[in-house]
Design a protein around this ligand. Structure first.
Ligand code: HEC
Ligand code: HEC
Length: 322
């Protein structure tokens, strides 16, 4: 009488335990889960968010960071080249600000070492916001921001404090808890069998030797064009990559390997925005980075895998810029 009951409860307990803990975490993979953001002063984060979405940083009050890095559009503008102040066109495609905190350096050529160092760049860039710092600081001085800086930093707005606030906000833009990350944590049902197959192909083709780490990219510089010249098809002069920064011949056309975390959401592709669809981008990667023709069926499976990489977009509620 007691025996079968104990047995039944043991079976129920086993089923529950298996459902809650599907398997051990997958630790020895080229990709790791996105970590939770580090704790920061929430008031400074909120100030940074407000500044990010406010065109007050631009010369004529027409452009905010969010105009190009639209938080409701995966942190990009969807254009081949961004349009900045007065309709000025950027040379290169806008990367997303989501997960940028995980990159080894910022910009396609890595010329800014950190988010804090990066944040000041667009403000004075003539193609982006076209301001001068003394003017920006003066505008903030005569706005409600003055009180906010006083409260948070104990002093008036300065260039350094603006950069710190923007960087604090950007450090919170981590797309955690994606289906793929849950799969890495051991939840076998988090991704489809096709996506798992796509991931196996991604590794066996060697994509993971460059696109790796928590950001599936962003942690090394590599030449675009290991096999042949991908620029032969470019419609106009292209960026020189790391060469811009180091002046070394070896660094010509060497770029920061872009993150693939939000790749499915952020066409067009490549630093020059020259490719509209993901399948073509992957086909060109096979040809120029790996010297291989990747069959369409494999490309489709790799896209199924890339579909599982985006996680929660923490700041996408009212990201649209004015
Ligand atoms: C006119 C459009 C535009 C505006 C406005 C703009 N950006 Fe950008 N942003 C870009 C482009 C284009 C790049 C790539 C530039 C490059 O690599 O040379 C970029 C790069 C970045 C990066 C580097 C991401 C990476 O993966 O390398 C960050 C971070 C960033 N911007 C944050 C900001 C912040 C903060 C502001 C506001 C102060 C801002 N952007 C304003 C277009 C814009
Ligand atoms: C040898 C290093 C290397 C390998 C291997 C590699 N990539 Fe790339 N990948 C890059 C670099 C560098 C870029 C940036 C090229 C540019 O924009 O100029 C890039 C860009 C991309 C982009 C465009 C991302 C964007 O936001 O613009 C995608 C998608 C991509 N790779 C997918 C793949 C896939 C899938 C594979 C395997 C089939 C692969 N890559 C193999 C280095 C590599």
């Amino acid at each position: 009488m007691q025996g079968w009951r104990t047995g039944l409860w043991a079976a129920v307990a086993l089923v529950l335990a298996t459902a809650a803990w599907a398997g051990p975490p997958r630790r020895y993979e080229p990709i790791s889960p996105i970590p939770l953001p580090a704790a920061q002063d929430p008031a400074r984060v909120a100030l940074g968010r407000q500044l990010f979405l406010d065109p007050i940083l631009s010369r004529d009050g027409s452009v905010s960071c969010g105009s190009c890095h639209n938080l409701a559009m995966a942190g990009v503008d969807g254009l081949p080249h961004a349009i900045g102040i007065g309709g000025a066109e950027e040379r290169v495609n806008t990367p997303t600000v989501y997960n940028a905190a995980l990159n080894l350096a910022q910009f396609w050529d890595g010329r800014a070492a950190s988010l804090k160092e990066q944040a000041g760049g667009p403000v004075t860039n003539p193609q982006e916001m076209g301001s001068r710092w003394p003017d920006v600081v003066a505008r903030l001085e005569h706005s409600p921001y003055r009180a906010a800086f006083q409260r948070i930093d104990g002093g008036p707005p300065t260039r350094r404090r603006v950069e710190e606030a923007l960087a604090s906000f950007e450090r919170t833009l981590l797309t955690v808890n994606s289906p793929f990350d849950r799969w890495l944590e051991g939840d076998d049902g988090a991704i489809s069998p096709e996506a798992a197959q796509g991931y196996a192909l991604f590794k066996s083709y060697g994509c993971g030797s460059c696109h790796q780490g928590a950001n599936v990219g962003g942690n090394m510089f590599q030449r675009f064009g290991f096999y042949g010249n991908p620029f032969a098809r470019a419609p106009r002069p292209v960026d020189l990559g790391r060469f811009n920064v180091t002046g070394r011949e070896d660094d010509r056309y060497v770029f920061k390997v872009p993150s693939l975390r939000l790749a499915v959401l952020t066409p067009p592709y490549f630093h020059d925005g020259s490719v509209r669809d993901l399948a073509t981008a992957i086909r060109l990667m096979g040809r120029y980075q790996l010297g291989r023709a990747i069959p369409d069926g494999d490309i489709a499976l790799i896209i199924r895998f890339l579909d599982t990489l985006p996680g929660a977009m923490t700041a996408d509620d009212d990201g649209a810029a004015p």
